[in-house]
Design a protein around this ligand. Structure first.
Ligand code: ZN
Length: 478
């Protein structure tokens, strides 16, 4: 029997976005620096305010938000402007996990139904997944394209232009970093994406060969992978500077003292720019050529920092948890999402690059990776300077928290696992030197364990996005 398909409506992607409206609302470069990227304080506040209130109004139709907001006594109409935003409770990825457990597989914060699925072309991307099954997030065409615009603005501010080849070393899989970069180049910059993926997809030696043959102008990926490429180039006698790379669009992570950036700039012979983002809200902050803080894409996100313990709002320059309200995401909404990423916010300022915006510090670590050792709070990232500055080590590390002793004498201990560059290097000397240095840096004693090159990679890398884990907590693992 032949089925009648003449009534089927296909949600064609090209018809699913009002493209002119999208460009007006979230202008890509070079429009951005003529419009939203140069607004004064009051103008940007007004724009953010109207988008914020629209998202809050939508939140009153979403069970996840209605339940949380009513629990603190909020009623529709109580939130009148951005000035009231701290009355809204923030949520963390743990709350999203609960929402997913209650309403699998997507959660009560994503109330889309099977009928909705046929009306719009959706995509599913996942979080990196630190523990357990990765969180799945739905993306509608507008969310995908705004994330592409965000990344394209970053690449533009860092010097990439139409016709440049950008080699993308994130893998196209379940996570969305590679797609953001690809849409950025392909849809919003006129640059050519070269999707080589990570070293698992295209071995590092081949990555360098492609770059040489194609004439890669810029790379987009994880800072630590660019360091790995520099190591491989040295091992095989490949002159990295012969590539004449224009720039690295990098995610440097917690490179607070610029050790990684300097090493990369030296090896590659080009500027290295840092970026910050997360899969739900996109590429929200990026350095420009001034390399003086990360510009916030303020027409797409409202950023706050709150105290790790109390949740109280913090002022400019104070370190706390980054809380983001996405101004463009509607399905799902992201209203006061506490990422537990430790950062600082700096006031709006006119930058020498022409943009005017709030800026962010570098990523300072994860607040949920803190370990209490004999009464002292220890963040694994505080071990990084000691590890990165030691030339005998690869720079990779992971902290392992475990329990020593039993019953009343049980106490938490921490071992810092590092990798030596070659088996000839004296293990005992590394242990002695590093234990002394870490004691000084952390104000508490930790153990040091030495591994061989790349032995730690399976523990450190999360998924394929290149996000890194720095704490393995054996106390909470069964
Ligand atoms: Zn700037």
């Amino acid at each position: 029997m032949q089925m009648d398909v003449s009534d089927t409506i296909v949600p064609y992607y090209w018809q699913s976005v009002n493209w002119q409206q999208l460009m007006d609302d979230y202008p890509p470069e070079p429009l951005y620096r003529q419009k939203n990227g140069r607004l004064g304080d009051e103008e940007i506040r007004a724009l953010q305010n109207s988008r914020f209130l629209a998202r809050v109004a939508e939140g009153w139709n979403v069970p996840f938000y209605v339940n949380r907001w009513r629990a603190v006594g909020l009623e529709p109409g109580d939130i009148r402007s951005l000035d009231d935003i701290t009355k809204i409770p923030s949520f963390t990825s743990d709350d999203l996990k609960d929402a997913i457990a209650e309403h699998p597989p997507f959660g009560s914060h994503q109330p889309m139904t099977k009928e909705d699925f046929a009306r719009t072309p959706w995509k599913i991307h996942t979080s990196g997944g630190t523990t357990g099954f990765p969180r799945m997030t739905l993306f509608d065409p507008r969310a995908l394209e705004v994330q592409g615009i965000q990344a394209a603005r970053a690449m533009w501010a860092q010097g990439s232009r139409p016709g440049d080849t950008v080699q993308i070393t994130y893998t196209m899989g379940l996570t969305n970093a590679a797609y953001c970069a690809t849409y950025a180049c392909h849809h919003w910059l006129g640059a050519i994406p070269l999707n080589t993926g990570s070293g698992l997809i295209t071995p590092s030696e081949k990555q360098l060969e492609y770059a040489l043959k194609v004439g890669t102008r810029a790379w987009f990926g994880r800072g630590e992978y660019f360091a790995r490429l520099a190591d491989v180039a040295q091992e095989i006698g490949f002159d990295l500077r012969s590539l004449k790379t224009g720039r690295l669009h990098a995610f440097l992570g917690t490179d607070t003292n610029n050790v990684l950036r300097k090493a990369l700039e030296d090896a590659w012979g080009c500027p290295v720019y840092d970026n910050y983002g997360t899969h739900e809200v996109g590429h929200i902050a990026y350095e420009c050529e001034a390399q003086d803080g990360r510009h916030v894409a303020e027409d797409t996100a409202y950023v706050e920092v709150q105290d790790v313990e109390t949740g109280k709002p913090l002022g400019f320059g104070e370190t706390g948890n980054m809380v983001i309200t996405s101004l463009y995401r509607t399905a799902p909404l992201m209203i006061r999402y506490d990422l537990r990423d430790l950062m600082k916010i700096y006031p709006r300022q006119q930058c020498s690059c022409g943009l005017c915006s709030t800026k962010l510090s570098s990523f300072l670590g994860r607040s949920d990776e803190m370990v209490k050792l004999r009464g002292t709070n220890v963040y694994p990232m505080a071990c990084q300077p000691a590890v990165r500055e030691d030339p005998r080590l690869t720079g990779e590390f992971i902290c392992v928290a475990f329990t020593e002793g039993e019953g009343l004498s049980a106490r938490t201990e921490m071992a810092v696992r590092v990798e030596r560059r070659s088996p000839e290097i004296d293990k005992a000397a590394i242990v002695a030197d590093l234990q002394a240095r870490l004691h000084k840096d952390l104000s508490v004693k930790v153990k040091v364990e030495v591994f061989e090159k790349e032995e730690l990679a399976p523990l450190i890398q999360i998924g394929s996005t290149g996000k890194t884990r720095r704490l393995l907590d054996l106390r909470t693992m069964k």
